[in-house]
Design a protein around this ligand. Structure first.
Ligand code: ZN
Ligand code: ZN
Length: 206
């Protein structure tokens, strides 16, 4: 598991290496060259592109990267709906993210997926965005949390489609995971579910 920090908002683009020199690329938000160079250095091809949610800082290098290195693209349908439209531009930092030319498949809650010999399931965690998900590698006790849960904080809910009550319900799902689960947020340092339950205000109580 390697994290490449991309773009002006410091998005953690995760590269999870599996079997046969294949990897998952999660949230290729910007800096296509950095991601491509990392894959090349490690001798990795891409088994799939996964998106934790649709925000421009997480998806803006997707189309060009998937053009250069084709692989299936998966994202929750509720964020696919707006991610490549102008509501997702953030001038002067981001223009409207380019729609990939290949079709995008759905990430669906409760379903299990396998790419590159890595098995993961999807926990739908709306609140920061309607189609936000956490990607759970249960066997590895790893959770990619996107902008739902950070070390010490949570994603903002004041952007279009955000909802603080919905986010609270989503966090409740995450609290049910084993304490040893290592979390890899969309921004900032890694942590664990146990640590966040102890110290993160938003993970306290019911
Ligand atoms: Zn976001
Ligand atoms: Zn973000």
């Amino acid at each position: 598991m390697e994290t490449i920090v991309v773009g002006g908002f410091g998005v953690n683009c995760s590269v999870c290496a599996g079997t046969d020199g294949q990897a998952l690329v999660i949230d290729p938000g910007e800096d296509l060259e950095l991601i491509r160079d990392h894959l090349q250095e490690q001798g990795l091809s891409v088994a799939a592109y996964l998106l934790t949610h649709g925000h421009c800082d997480h998806v803006s290098a997707l189309a060009a990267l998937a053009e250069a290195i084709p692989a299936p693209i998966l994202m929750h349908p509720e964020d696919q709906a707006w991610a490549f439209t102008e509501v997702n531009s953030m001038p002067p930092f981001y223009t409207t993210p380019q729609q990939p030319s290949a079709p995008i498949s759905a990430l669906t809650e409760g379903e299990s997926y396998e790419f590159a010999g890595l098995t993961f399931s999807i926990i739908h965690t709306p609140g920061h965005t309607p189609g936000g998900v956490c990607i759970h590698f249960a066997a590895d006790e790893v959770l990619i949390t996107g902008d739902t849960l950070f070390a010490g904080s949570v994603g903002r809910t004041d952007l279009p489609g955000g909802n603080s009550r919905t986010l609270t319900a989503s966090l409740k799902k995450l609290k049910a995971l084993p304490d040893a689960t290592r979390i890899y947020p969309g921004h900032g340092p890694v942590s664990t579910i146990g640590q966040e339950k102890k110290t993160n205000y938003f993970m306290q109580g019911d």
